[in-house]
Ligand binder design. Structure first.
Ligand code: IDP
Ligand code: MG
Length: 136
């Protein structure tokens, strides 16, 4: 049974700055994802605060929002069967130190904050996050 889903992926400033965007996109493609839409943008801190609102009580919230808005990012809609879970698997653990071999964060992540990629964590949040970047 086909279960094609969409998820939101972001190549974060640390990876764009190191020109890793094409290599990371190739990892998605090799792993069977279709990059349905993409855009390179830089967001305002106020927009990052909205995007990461679920984390507003966390001690790292302010730094996280400063960081996501600190340079260009690439937002993408990825498509695949079970795209949300498959993308989480391909990204690896939040902390690159804990990420498995073969994952994007293991390969490219610098630290828990500069971990190169974002991926939606549920189908519901994927819809909200896709709308956030691609509405209209
Ligand atoms: P995720 O990106 O793997 O879904 P979340 O827990 O949703 O991880 O956290 C969002 C982002 O916040 C992470 O990708 C990372 O950049 C940052 N972050 C998470 N935990 C910490 C922390 O303990 N210190 C600093 N930054 C963190
Ligand atoms: Mg998350």
């Amino acid at each position: 049974m086909s279960n094609t889903e969409q998820t939101l992926s972001i190549i974060k400033p640390d990876a764009v700055e190191r020109n890793l965007d094409n290599e990371i996109k190739q990892m998605f493609i090799k792993n069977g994802f279709n990059i349905f839409k993409e855009k390179k943008i830089q967001i305002e801190k106020s927009e990052a605060e909205k995007f990461y609102k679920v984390h507003e009580t966390k001690p790292f919230y302010n730094d996280l929002c400063s960081y996501l808005s600190s340079g260009p990012i690439i937002a993408m809609i990825l498509e695949k069967e079970n795209a949300v879970a498959e993308n989480r698997k391909l990204m690896g653990a939040t902390n690159p130190k804990d990420a498995e071999e073969g994952t994007i964060r293991k390969k490219y992540g610098i630290s828990i904050d500069k971990n190169s990629v974002h991926g939606s964590d549920s189908i519901e949040n994927a819809k909200i996050e896709i709308d956030f970047f691609f509405k209209d």
